[in-house]
Design a protein around this ligand. Structure first.
Ligand SMILES: [Mn+2]
Length: 430
């Protein structure tokens, strides 16, 4: 008897719950429940050939999912870098791949708490041949690039200056900028925000964290520099730009920023004056043309073509470029397009250009710039390992990154004398 009553009660509760549920959900379309538009009539037509603008649907539930930061990113932990490796030091072929097996930082609070001097981040940008380059992930991959480099407490000094960069400096892997897989325009502001976020962190000695951005295509130069200018001020930042190409194109298939024109847009937007831009390694045949070069001269850009390097020699040109980068430029950004290097060293790039710099020319230049100039940010871009079935592209790009860190460590130790080398390097004493 009491069982029957309980059953009836249960039925009544179920019916009531059903009515409530129906009144809440049943009258609404599925689209409303997941946050999409009310009826089909309200949605803009997806394709409209009379309106040559990309149509986006902000009601698509995945509209912003690619840049939504995890709610629990700092939950249950003190701010500071997180070391994800188990051992104090080991060989490269074990462990969790981060840049150089470095600790990870996820928030500006982590950078601040760890007094982090350098934060390496990845940034991919879509666009032409540059979608999904795998540049950042392969630079983390020790299989590609670190076979001969021990790390952690086992790391050995670089021979040139006798400095062990990762023991001198606090460096982290800051993860990657968010990437909208179909839109350069929606990704660029997010990269700018992330670079600004890193450079905004004030650390000991009145310094700021230095972002190193691993790309990704060269459209990155715009958000990378803009993010730094947001912190250091308009007209305060200079750029030394290594590239086979001038990246000063007057056209871009209607897109305001592409991998072919960041230099032009930075000047046009008043972020960097032309006179604060120094270009090294320009060459043909697809680099630029004479009228564009003449226009760049009018904008005040200083440049050193490969033809000039051939005529005057690397030593003389390197000396001039170093002087230009250190005199009258308060804060220096290094933009390194890996295609400045000869494709025999770095074939894994989107627009290879034979006849480029040798690694033996590039490495001391990067070390010297970071030691002798006031470098506040670096990008290494246009690395595209998936077009190189071998190891050489990433290995050489990683060597560029290592020499940058070496130079930054030398500067911290006060080894800023021009062309400094450890005394035993040039003299065997016998
Ligand atoms: Mn470039």
């Amino acid at each position: 008897m009491s069982n029957q009553i309980t059953k009836r009660k249960c039925m009544r509760v179920l019916i009531l719950a059903g009515v409530i549920l129906w009144s809440f959900v049943g009258q609404h379309t599925v689209a409303q429940v997941i946050g999409a538009a009310d009826t089909e009539e309200e949605i803009e037509p997806m394709y409209d050939d009379q309106k040559p603008i990309v149509n986006l649907n902000p009601n698509d539930p995945s509209y912003n999912i690619w840049k939504k930061i995890r709610d629990d990113i700092s939950e249950g932990r003190e701010p500071g870098p997180i070391n994800v490796q188990r051992y104090d030091g080991h060989f490269p072929w074990i462990g969790i791949p981060t840049f150089f097996h470095l600790p990870v930082a996820l928030t500006p609070e982590d950078l601040k708490a760890g007094n982090v001097e350098v934060a390496i981040m990845g940034a991919e940008l879509v666009g032409g041949m540059r979608a999904r380059t795998w540049g950042p992930q392969e630079m983390r991959n020790p299989h590609r690039s670190e076979v001969y480099h021990l790390w952690g407490s086992l790391s050995m000094p670089e021979l040139d200056a006798g400095v062990t960069a990762l023991h001198e400096l606090t460096v982290v892997d800051y993860g990657d900028a968010p990437m909208e897989p179909l839109s350069l325009e929606r990704t660029i502001p997010e990269v700018r925000k992330m670079v600004r976020e890193i450079a905004s962190v004030e650390i000991e000695g009145g310094k700021r964290t230095i972002p190193i951005i691993i790309g990704g295509g060269h459209a990155l130069m715009y958000p990378d520099v803009a993010g730094l200018v947001d912190v250091y001020g308009k007209g305060k930042v200079g750029i030394i730009h290594f590239d086979a190409h001038q990246d000063y194109a007057p056209v871009g298939f209607g897109h305001v920023i592409t991998h072919g024109n960041p230099v032009r847009v930075l000047i046009k937007d008043g972020l960097v004056p032309g006179k604060n831009i120094i270009q090294v390694g320009l060459r043909g045949p697809t680099s630029t043309d004479v009228p564009t070069l003449e226009e760049a001269r009018k904008a005040g850009i200083r440049y050193h073509t490969t033809a000039e390097i051939e005529r005057r020699g690397w030593e003389a040109v390197m000396k001039d470029a170093l002087r230009e980068a250190t005199e009258g430029i308060e804060y220096l950004f290094i933009s390194f397009d890996v295609d400045v290097v000869d494709p025999s060293f770095i074939p894994g790039t989107s627009t290879p250009e034979p006849g480029g710099l040798y690694m033996r020319e590039v490495l001391p230049m990067m070390r010297r710039l970071c030691a002798e100039a006031n470098v506040i940010g670096i990008e290494i871009v246009e690395l595209r390992p998936d077009s190189d079935p071998g190891y050489i592209s990433v290995q050489n790009a990683k060597a560029v990154l290592r020499q940058c860190l070496n130079g930054l460590a030398m500067r911290k130790k006060g080894l800023t004398e021009p062309g400094y080398l450890h005394p035993v390097m040039l003299d065997d004493g016998n």
